[in-house]
Design a binder for this molecule. Structure first.
Ligand SMILES: [Zn+2]
Length: 267
């Protein structure tokens, strides 16, 4: 017959106690991990009843054996190197939570390279006693969960502000020149708006001016789209030519449609 060890109970008790604290004290979301490779749960920050999509991975340890090395200021946590390397390269910020069943207190610490001491076998990290998993710690934990915002801020510097398309070229120094894969073009001022920009001008925002050039069989028509609104001034359409007035107008409309084409889906 299979046997259920007391350490199994202690471990599960820790996960449930932490889940309760996350729901009751922090009022955040607690998702136990089905496939656990050293992360027992994902904790999602909730602000004003709204889930934020900002996550923290948590490894939960429970029982008196984790409190062997402690003093009034904190506890020394020791772990295996295989877990540490997994955590440090993980996309989510990872915290270790130690649950003490006797006092029903859960202590946490954020695993970062600076906090970790690598040893010949395994590694250790200091977990301060004031870092209890409770409502008062929510802002600190929220800051940790927000870590990836830094990467998003960096990425946004190299993508179109309207649709997220990649930056193709940017001039250095004082010259104002930026060109994006979606067609958004800045040269001193905006020369061609992003096709996803809600302020992209409509074709109706141009007044069409027609000119007849030459005479007889050589006669051509010129269609000049003149911007009639400030939005239209951001998209200069080049003059179009055709054998007939209609043809010239069609060429101008096709040029507008080309600029308007959405080249990549909005992310
Ligand atoms: Zn764009």
């Amino acid at each position: 017959m299979p046997r259920v060890s007391s350490s199994h109970h202690t471990e599960r008790l820790g996960v449930h106690a932490v889940a309760k604290k996350v729901h009751e004290d922090l009022r955040w979301i607690f998702r136990p991990q089905d496939e656990d490779f050293g992360i027992d749960a994902q904790i999602e920050v909730v602000v004003d009843y709204v889930p934020t999509g900002r996550l923290i991975g948590a490894q939960i340890k429970s029982g008196p054996s984790y409190f062997n090395e402690e003093d009034s200021n904190g506890i020394v946590f020791r772990g295996a190197l295989s877990h540490l390397d997994y955590w440090l390269q993980h996309d989510l910020p990872i915290i270790v939570i130690l649950y003490d069943p006797s006092s029903q207190i859960a202590y946490w610490q954020h695993v970062t390279p600076k906090r970790v001491t690598r040893l010949a076998e395994g590694w250790k990290m200091w977990i301060p006693r004031q870092q209890k998993l409770e409502a008062v710690q929510a802002p600190t934990l929220e800051t940790i969960a927000a870590r990836n915002e830094y990467f998003r801020a960096v990425a946004s510097e190299f993508t179109c502000p309207h649709c997220g398309a990649a930056l193709l070229e940017r001039a250095g120094g004082d010259i104002d020149y930026e060109s994006y894969a979606c067609g958004y073009l800045v040269q001193d001022t905006c020369q061609r708006p992003c096709p996803f920009d809600p302020a992209f001008p409509k074709y109706e925002e141009y007044t069409l001016e027609f000119h007849e050039c030459g005479s007889g069989p050589e006669k051509t028509w010129l269609c000049i789209p003149i911007p009639a609104t400030s939005a239209a001034k951001r998209l200069r359409l080049s003059p179009a030519t055709g054998k007939t007035k209609e043809e010239a107008e069609q060429v101008a409309r096709a040029e507008y449609a080309r600029c308007r084409t959405k080249r990549r889906p909005r992310r």
